[in-house]
Design a protein around this ligand. Structure first.
Ligand code: BES
Ligand code: MN
Ligand code: ZN
Length: 509
């Protein structure tokens, strides 16, 4: 599928289908006059031309008949006769212009693509107003929405039940000189999001610690700015990574500690991005049993590492200069066998801290502990870790919002800004030190879990014990948003690739 932009006006374009995005007129609801629908939408001159000259007033007819007011998320579609230059049209509401943000363009573009799929459209044009008069931001958001919605993961289907015919999407009335680079940037970024989605959606018999290591090596092989270092179990033993190796112990698949470095130019900023890479979380001896424990979804427990690798892939394309980024993944499985860590076992992490494992299902923080100690030694300006760490975070914030904890306000704000531009939601949560009392251990330095109350916060406080030197650290609990069971907005069902776009903005911004 090809995305292009042109200065073509809607009334001179011809092809299978046209998607038109329109703001609502907030004054419309007070307007009782007969022609209120048309006035409410304030059809632009070029849409009026299209309606009258090309579509035999189909637009006006659709708007009046359906009482379409351009409300956010509303859409109405129709067919035009066989002899017209355009066969099908859809109108998509952008809502109140005062509440506009680029994510609305992503979602409107996604709605256009989903409709085009259903309608077996091959050539689609988009007549969308510019967000904030900014052609680049608009084109990037539209292209991202198109590419995200167009991606359906069919790798594990024996038959394609949902074929896609769309060959070309053209963004109309847009200066290609500004739009083309923005579309290219969208393509490069979404390539990373799709990698993350596919890593998360693939089952744990396909994506193992070995696969994650191979993925990192493949990214490094494509770009001279990357180097990949894989620490094997023996290397991790030499570094005394007892917490990580404690989790990995009961798996037949070897653990891989992945360190992918991007360095381009004279680095003005050095970042470390750590992703939880538990390719399957059975819970260990504290086995995930019963409904609600979601053991069948625990292939997604490497969502943090998928986000890190997805961002790395995008960065390989985007090639930002004067920056150094370390992507770190302590990849393993949390399984059960005779050498599994037992509840009550004491592990020693690579910073010498001793941990009483009172729950083997709080394994993510054990793997991250040694990854954080490793990152802390790299002399970076800031560390961010991403992890499907707790069900408690999902209880607190729901499935669409990730939790953010940070010891540094400026770093938290930088992440918040990157996330906002990406249209990804994070909510800052407190590092409530008194709750650390829950992790007091009789025998070791501390335990790995506290009570159910504040479970996402004690998870963050546990991680904080492994950051000593670096003054800017943030923890992102993405357990909710990495996966969706049913399509929504620009996400199709399955892995969402959540946080890749935020990370890309954070690195390039
Ligand atoms: N991987 C899970 C967290 C999770 C839960 C991710 C649901 C996605 C959906 C994590 O390893 C875990 O099991 N956490 C425990 C922590 C508890 C034992 C303190 C949890 O949330 O129940
Ligand atoms: Mn677990
Ligand atoms: Zn887990």
């Amino acid at each position: 599928m090809n995305i292009l932009s042109s200065v073509t006006a809607p009334h001179t374009w011809h092809g299978d289908a046209l998607a038109i995005a329109i703001f609502a007129n907030p004054k419309a609801s007070n307007d009782q006059s007969e022609d209120s629908a048309k006035k409410a939408l304030g059809l632009s001159e070029s849409l009026k031309n299209l309606d009258i000259q090309v579509l035999g007033c189909t637009l006006t007819d659709l708007i009046t008949e359906s009482e379409f007011t351009g409300e956010l998320g509303a859409s109405v579609s129709g067919r035009v006769g066989l002899d017209y230059a355009i066969r099908k049209v859809i109108l998509i509401g952008l809502g109140d212009p005062a509440k506009a943000n680029p994510d609305i363009w992503r979602k409107a573009a996604a709605a256009s693509v989903k409709w085009a799929r259903k309608e077996k459209v091959k050539t689609l044009a988009l007549a969308f107003p510019a967000y904030n008069q900014d052609v680049s931001v608009t084109a990037q958001a539209i292209a991202e929405g198109v590419l995200l919605a167009a991606h359906h993961d069919k790798r594990f289907k024996s038959k394609d039940a949902n074929p896609f015919f769309l060959e070309q999407v053209e963004i109309l009335e847009t200066d290609p000189e500004l739009a083309s680079p923005a579309i290219a940037k969208a393509q490069q970024t979404i390539d990373g999001v799709i990698l993350a989605r596919e890593l998360v959606s693939a089952p744990a018999n396909i994506v193992t610690p070995i696969t994650l290591a191979e993925t990192a090596i493949a990214i490094a092989a494509e770009s001279s700015y990357f180097t990949a270092k894989i620490l094997e179990q023996a290397d991790c033993e030499a570094l005394n990574m007892g917490a990580f190796l404690g989790v990995a112990r009961a798996s037949d698949i070897p653990p891989k500690f992945i360190h992918l470095t991007y360095s381009n130019g004279d680095p003005q900023r050095k970042l470390a991005i750590i992703g939880k890479g538990v390719t399957f979380d059975s819970g260990g001896l504290n086995l995930k049993t019963g409904v609600g424990s979601s053991i069948e979804l625990m292939k997604t427990d490497m969502g943090g590492s998928a986000a890190a690798l997805g961002a790395a892939k995008a960065i390989a394309h985007l090639q930002p200069t004067d920056i150094e980024v370390h992507f770190i993944i302590a990849a393993c499985e949390n399984m059960v066998n005779g050498s599994a860590m037992r509840p009550g076992d004491i592990l020693t992490a690579s910073n010498g801290k001793t941990i009483e494992v009172n729950n083997t299902d709080a394994e993510g923080r054990l793997t991250l502990a040694d990854a954080l100690v490793y990152a802390d030694k790299l002399d970076v300006d800031a560390i961010v870790d991403l992890a499907t760490l707790t069900g408690a975070c999902v209880v607190a914030l729901g499935e669409d919002i990730a939790g953010m904890w940070s010891i540094d306000d400026a770093w938290a704000e930088a992440i918040a800004k990157a996330a906002k531009n990406a249209g990804e939601k994070f909510w800052r949560m407190p590092l409530e030190e008194p709750y650390f009392d829950q992790l007091k251990s009789v025998v070791a330095d501390f335990k790995n879990t506290g009570s159910r109350a504040g479970g996402a916060i004690t998870g963050a406080l546990f991680l904080k014990q492994f950051v000593q030197k670096t003054t800017a650290w943030a923890h992102l609990d993405i357990a909710g948003p990495v996966w969706i069971e049913r399509e929504s907005g620009y996400n199709n069902a399955g892995g969402t690739g959540f946080a890749v776009r935020t990370l890309v903005n954070l690195i390039t911004g």
